[in-house]
Design a protein around this ligand. Structure first.
Ligand code: SF4
Length: 243
């Protein structure tokens, strides 16, 4: 399948109309929402961190997998650390593992994960190649209930260490729980979308969008999520050029 056809498939999956010129998708002329389709980004272009970082990752993974800091360790199948290059520009943060993630040990798998992959694919990103994906909580809350404050407090230091190691140039918070906990606010998601927040001492740009599980229930909002992704892509481009 050509790059353009694959991109078109991603956009169809996330429910975005595609304007196709008469000569079809050849030549990269197809547009979605008036924007040129994004070329696939190369596998992470950032050099890996120093050897110390590899040790730090090993320690972190081992610590999370054996973690008993909160009661969720009693009901999980396994802790879900994260997936992706250990240093890269994009980092996606979600809420917590669901049933499928708990079973497979990887964040954002199942239907919501497929939609996230399509959303990322539409802006040229690919799981495992050039985006790191993690959650606020590493263990599954029973019945997929919202994380409790004491669970977030216990688990958040792991995510902070992941962010230190990945050194993303853009954080994409997907869903209310991720956005509120990263930003330390109780503002509703609608108020957090559409602007650039800053995270941590390095002031990493942070953009907020919907959780793909929400978009599966509310497909009418996929268009807004697509706007968020384009906004995130433009934010990163601006920060890389210093403009
Ligand atoms: S949710 Fe986090 S703090 Fe709680 S047991 Fe799992 S890894 Fe530990």
């Amino acid at each position: 399948m050509s790059i353009e056809a694959r991109r078109a498939e991603y956009l169809r999956t996330i429910g975005i109309d595609l304007w196709v010129p008469r000569d079809g998708l050849r030549g990269g002329a197809a547009q979605a929402g008036g924007d040129p389709l994004e070329a696939p980004q190369p596998a992470c272009a950032r050099p890996p961190g120093p050897a110390d970082d590899a040790d730090a990752w090993e320690r972190l993974r081992a610590e999370v997998r054996g973690c008993t800091r909160c009661a969720l360790h009693q009901s999980r199948t396994q802790a879900v650390v994260g997936v992706g290059p250990e240093r890269c520009d994009w980092m996606v943060v979600g809420e917590a593992p669901g049933a499928e993630e708990d079973r497979r040990g990887e964040p954002f798998v199942g239907r919501a994960g497929q939609l996230l992959d399509a959303m990322l694919g539409a802006i040229g990103l690919s799981r495992g190649a050039n985006v790191y994906i993690a959650n606020i909580l590493k263990s599954r809350p029973p019945g997929n209930r919202d994380p409790r404050p004491e669970e977030v407090q216990a688990c958040l230091p792991y995510l902070h260490r992941q962010i230190e190691l990945v050194q993303p140039r853009l954080l994409l918070a997907v869903g209310r729980i991720a956005a509120q906990n990263l930003l330390g606010t109780d503002a509703p998601l609608g108020k957090l979308r559409g602007r650039v927040h800053r995270f941590g001492e390095r002031g990493v740009p942070l953009v907020v969008t919907y959780h793909p599980a929400y978009l599966l229930r509310s497909p009418a909002d996929k268009r807004k999520a697509w706007e968020d992704l384009k906004f995130a892509r433009a934010t990163l481009a601006r920060s890389l050029t210093g403009s």
